[in-house]
Ligand binder design. Structure first.
Ligand code: F6R
Length: 616
């Protein structure tokens, strides 16, 4: 959601900013802009040139070509995902009032009050954004000589969340930044420095970076980088080195990131397993998640959003089945405001790819404040959730660029299965031999996923049957229901086809009235213990004219006439039914991907969506 990039160094700034913004495109945006100190503006009162426009970066590139690219070595850039005010040239960032130019990610909740205050002081506004207020407030507090003080005074007044990149006209070749609740990192190159919302924006130039913490301020000039706390006291920061390489953040010949990320799944599952399995069993004692702790847990909450929350539903079925501990799966935006009954006997698991999702961060804080033990399952190292939780398991999916999450979900459920096995063992519900057997089965998943990818033609065929439909349903029971939720979300977010997922037995309690002739019902039917029940539900919708697409194990037989299209996964006894979601979700991802492509949509950047939801 919004991307920020800033640069100071010896390269052409506009090129670096545009390149960085392109790497942040995955975050979702509807307009873009840059502001650059003109290279001849190295004395106070220098010129800052701003170019911004509604639309994608291609529109920016066209505008830069038409109007001339600002020439300079220091500047800030932004991709905007509209919150206050429609996507338009005027509402695009950077915003400026003459002396101060800013880019902003987040939401200023008290912007109406601040606008009134600033209006009384004689300020006027050109955009409908909350962000422009910040430029004016900075100007109000700026005495012409002390940018740091202006920032300190300004942030005292702001409520909400923000990451800010700031240029002061009187301080050419200086970039300032601060943040609260929205991510911002500082890239440290060789005599060149960056600010960015995420690592890929500068990975091409440096792997070294520092994380700006909430309320900290960074001041950067050609001489280097200085960090300050909210009181203006200098702080020393830890330098991290990114373990991603540039290829991981590129398409590498694939038509889309989403397809590349689907193909990477067998490898990232293996890598993630290797990081949590010791001597053939899951072992989390290194992060403090000991058998003793697991034995003492009375209840588990899995709190997350979207796809990560769907991973929690898989976890619920696995943990309850094996460890016999009650598990509640909660949507983070609900959990944070529902005054949950949660306390010190509970384990709250926060699942997140980005580790920066605003509602999940707030849920983590709430759980901590109630004394619960908190465990993060997070893909992005050093992200807010990874750092904030008592314990953290890192999933090793590598950078996930496509908006629709695929490989991150895959490794989330991999880790959560392993956790379920250890949980069950720690509580005496399964023997070590069973924990070993289940772990060995998890290691069979990569091959099974590869097999689904090798047989992608079948998913392509199903996609060709869905390309013109307006609405469809996914149904399933147990783990198949968890998969239906995820398959349906994946499909609707990147194809814009209306899709709903139902527990198969629930459909006839209302929704079956929507079933008409030829409405596709994708039935996930991999769970053999309840197959007969699922088949009954298939028959019910078939009798009302639905087209049935069944996703099942090899060897599953349906009565003649029940199923219109079968996708039989080539999976035998190497995977228990409990683990079959691993390859099955890959098939559902491929169906969504190919349907999106056939409908002429870019699956990597679906409309209205942002990769990292840093506002609530
Ligand atoms: C859907 C998708 C989203 C995210 C959700 C949480 O494909 O990617 O539903 O899963 O926004 O994001 P993270 O995992 O970063 O907390």
């Amino acid at each position: 959601m919004c991307g920020i990039v800033g640069y100071i160094g010896g390269r052409d700034c506009a090129d670096v900013l545009m390149d960085g913004l392109e790497k942040l495109e995955y975050r979702g945006y509807d307009s873009a802009g840059i502001a650059v100190f003109e290279k001849n503006a190295r004395s106070p009162g220098g010129t800052i040139s701003t170019v911004k426009t509604r639309g994608k970066l291609k529109c920016m590139a066209d505008k830069l070509a038409a109007e001339g690219k600002p020439e300079g070595f220091c500047g800030i850039g932004h991709t905007r995902w509209a919150t206050h005010g429609e996507p338009s040239d005027i509402n695009s960032h950077p915003h400026s009032n003459g002396r101060v130019t800013i880019v902003h990610n987040g939401i200023i909740e008290n912007y109406t009050e601040l606008k009134e205050f600033l209006s009384e002081k004689g300020y006027s506004f050109v955009s409908q954004t909350d962000s422009e207020i910040v430029a004016c407030l900075l100007d109000f507090y700026f005495d012409g000589s002390d940018p740091l003080r202006a920032i300190m005074e300004t942030v005292k007044e702001l409520r909400g969340s923000y990451a800010l990149g700031i240029l002061f006209k009187d301080f050419p070749d200086h970039v300032y930044a601060t943040r609260k609740g929205s991510p911002l990192i500082v890239g440290l190159g060789d005599s060149e420095y960056f600010i960015a919302s995420d690592i890929p924006a500068f990975l091409k130039y440096t792997k070294d970076y520092a994380i700006l913490d909430d309320d900290e301020i960074v001041a950067i000039d050609n001489g280097g980088v200085k960090f300050f706390d909210v009181h203006g006291i200098a702080v020393k920061k830890q330098i991290h080195t990114a373990d991603w390489d540039i290829e991981q953040a590129q398409k590498c010949g694939y038509p889309h990131y989403m397809l590349k990320e689907i193909y990477e799944q067998p490898d990232v599952v293996e890598k993630t397993l290797d990081s949590i399995i010791t001597d053939g069993v899951p072992d989390f004692s290194g992060i403090g998640l000991t058998d003793e702790l697991l034995r003492g847990v009375k209840r588990v909450f899995v709190v997350a959003c979207g796809t990560a929350m769907h991973a929690g539903i898989v976890a619920r079925y696995a943990v309850e089945k094996l460890a016999r501990v009650p598990v509640a799966v909660e949507i983070a935006s609900e959990f944070r405001y529902m005054d949950p009954i949660v306390g010190e006997d509970d384990l709250v698991i926060l699942v997140s790819q980005s580790g920066e999702t605003a509602d999940t961060i707030a849920s983590l804080e709430l759980a901590k404040s109630r004394g619960a033990k908190t465990l993060a399952v997070v893909n992005v190292k050093y992200s807010a959730i990874a750092r904030g939780a008592d314990m953290c398991i890192h999933t090793l999916a590598g950078p996930e660029i496509a908006v629709a999450s695929t490989k991150a979900y895959m490794v989330q459920i991999t880790v959560l299965y392993a956790l379920a096995f250890r949980f069950a063992y720690a509580r005496g519900n399964i023997l070590e031999s069973e924990m070993k057997r289940l772990t060995a089965q998890l290691y069979n998943a990569p091959k099974a996923i590869r097999d689904v990818i090798d047989n992608k033609d079948e998913c392509q065929f199903i996609a060709s049957q869905l390309v013109n439909v307006e609405t469809l349903f996914f149904i399933g029971r147990g783990f198949d229901y968890a998969l239906s939720l995820e398959g349906s979300l994946k499909l609707k977010e990147i194809t814009y086809i209306h899709s709903e997922a139902y527990a198969a037995g629930e459909l006839k309690h209302g929704t079956i009235s929507l079933i008409e002739h030829n409405i596709p019902v994708i039935t996930v039917a991999t769970q053999r213990n309840i197959l007969a029940k699922t088949v009954s539900n298939m028959e019910e919708v078939k009798a009302r004219g639905a087209t049935i697409i069944a996703v099942c194990r090899k060897g599953t037989e349906f009565a003649e006439g029940t199923v219109d299209i079968e996708l039989k996964l080539n999976i035998g006894d190497e995977l228990d039914d409990m683990l079959i979601p691993l390859p099955t979700v890959c098939a559902l991802q491929l169906i969504a991907y190919y349907t999106s492509v056939l409908r002429g949509i870019d699956p990597d950047k679906p409309r209205n969506l942002a990769k990292s939801v840093t506002t609530e």
